[in-house]
Structures are given as structure tokens and as C-alpha cells.
Design a protein around this ligand. Structure first.
Ligand code: URA
Length: 231
């Protein structure tokens, strides 16, 4: 996305964008590594479990999406993150690059995170589905079911303090409900005892800037829940 356009979106959302004096409006750096080699040492056993899980996902043939994908999209970010973000499924760019949220919606997501003081490297971002559905159609129930075990294992390994379900489909699938997004927002849900907050999908915001204020409210709500949980 053009940088000026991106700034316009953020401004429309009421999000202040801070630039350093020397900034040349460069594109925010998207995460390029699945692994965050942070200062926190991982135990060898934990690293082995991550490696095993990642290899399993990469070789998964549990549903027909394995025949149409370019590659799997495991997820990226901090493997000990407090914040776990779960979207719906990889799109074309994600399928090509093997990383989640790297298209236009991803750029806006990066900016939304930045607006609440987070960068992509400190959260973990993944999707309900690890493979792109053809033509970006909605995930099917059997596909989500096949992938669910991977999501659960990721959550167990990360032990996040909060999960953001990004958009209606991710929220409905994760929470096993048909309730509309309007009824899911602004409440705490749980997934395996981890609090879940439902937020608007940035792709939706790119189409409908009239929902901008609500999107910002969702993020503020998530920050508030996180603060409360930290005690
Ligand atoms: N939309 C999603 O839900 N996930 C991605 O990874 C990209 C776009």
C-alpha cells in the first residue's frame, strides 16, 4: 500500500502516527523471520516441540488445501508473546511468502498494533487455517477442524495472556459460534482459558472506513483487558 494512503487510513481511524525527525516515511518492516531470537532463552525441549510442530504443519496433508497451496503459513513472531493474533486464513501474498498478514491488510494491522504500542516482532500472528483457500473463499468447517489441533498446540507453547480474534470468521470459528461480529465485540471470550477479544479485520476496514472508530475501540478494549489481567 502506498505510504501516504496508509497514513490517511490511520488518520481516519483517529490514530496518531509518530514519525522520527529523520523519518523518510519508509514502509514499516514486516517480520521476515518465523523465529524471534530474543534474549529469553528457550529450553531445548520447547524448541524441539516448536520445530516438530512447524515441520508437521509444513508437511500437512489433512485436507484438500494441501493440493492448492504454494506453501503453508505457520505464523510468525515472538514464541513467548503475551499477545497472540489469529486471523482467518492466508491470502495470495501470504501463500506466496509463507508469512501471515503481509498484504495490504497486514500493513494496516502492523499500524494498528503500532498504535497500541506493539510491534509485530513482539506478538505472535497466525491464522485459523495454515493454507490458503482457493480464491480466498471462506474456510470450510472440515478445514478449520483439521487445522484446529495446530492452533491449540501453538497456543499451548506460547501461553499468551490475550488472544485477538481478527475479524468475524476467525472469531466465529475460534469461539464456535454463529453470532455476528457486532455481538462478539466488546466482550471477553475464552479459548482454552485464555481471554479472547474480537476485533475488526483490517481488510474490512480497508473497504469500510466508516467502522474506523469501532476498530479503534476494539483495540483500546483489548489493551484494557490485558492491563487488568496483568493485575
Ligand atoms: N487475512 C487473514 O485473515 N490472514 C492473513 O494472513 C492475511 C489476510
Amino acid at each position: 500500500m502506498d505510504n501516504d494512503l496508509r497514513l490517511q487510513y490511520l488518520e481516519a481511524m483517529g490514530i496518531d502516527v509518530w514519525l522520527t525527525r529523520t523519518s523518510t516515511h519508509s514502509e514499516p518492516s514486516l517480520l521476515s523471520e518465523v523465529v524471534n531470537d530474543s534474549a529469553e532463552p528457550e529450553t531445548a525441549a520447547l524448541a524441539d516441540r516448536w520445530d516438530a510442530l512447524q515441520a508437521e504443519v509444513a508437511n500437512c496433508t489433512k485436507c484438500a488445501l494441501c493440493t492448492t497451496r504454494t506453501q503453508t503459513v505457520f505464523g510468525s513472531g515472538n514464541k513467548q508473546a503475551d499477545w497472540m493474533l489469529i486471523g482467518e486464513a492466508p491470502g495470495q501474498h501470504e501463500d506466496e511468502r509463507g508469512l501471515p498478514f503481509v498484504g495490504n491488510a497486514g500493513l494496516l494491522l502492523t499500524e494498528m498494533l503500532r498504535a497500541i504500542g506493539l510491534n509485530r516482532e513482539e506478538v505472535f500472528i497466525t491464522n485459523i487455517l495454515k493454507c490458503r483457500p482457493p480464491n480466498n473463499r471462506d474456510p470450510r468447517a472440515d478445514e478449520a477442524e483439521s487445522c484446529n489441533v495446530y492452533l491449540q498446540r501453538q497456543q499451548k507453547l506460547i501461553q499468551p495472556k490475550i488472544i485477538l480474534a481478527i475479524g468475524r470468521i476467525a472469531a466465529q470459528t475460534l469461539l464456535k459460534t454463529d453470532e455476528p461480529l457486532s455481538r462478539l465485540r466488546g466482550k471477553i471470550h475464552t479459548f482454552n482459558n485464555t481471554p479472547v477479544v474480537v476485533v475488526y479485520h483490517p481488510a474490512y476496514l480497508l473497504r469500510s472506513l466508516t467502522e474506523k472508530r469501532k476498530a479503534w475501540q476494539d483495540l483500546i478494549y483489548a489493551v484494557q483487558i490485558m492491563k487488568e489481567n496483568k493485575g
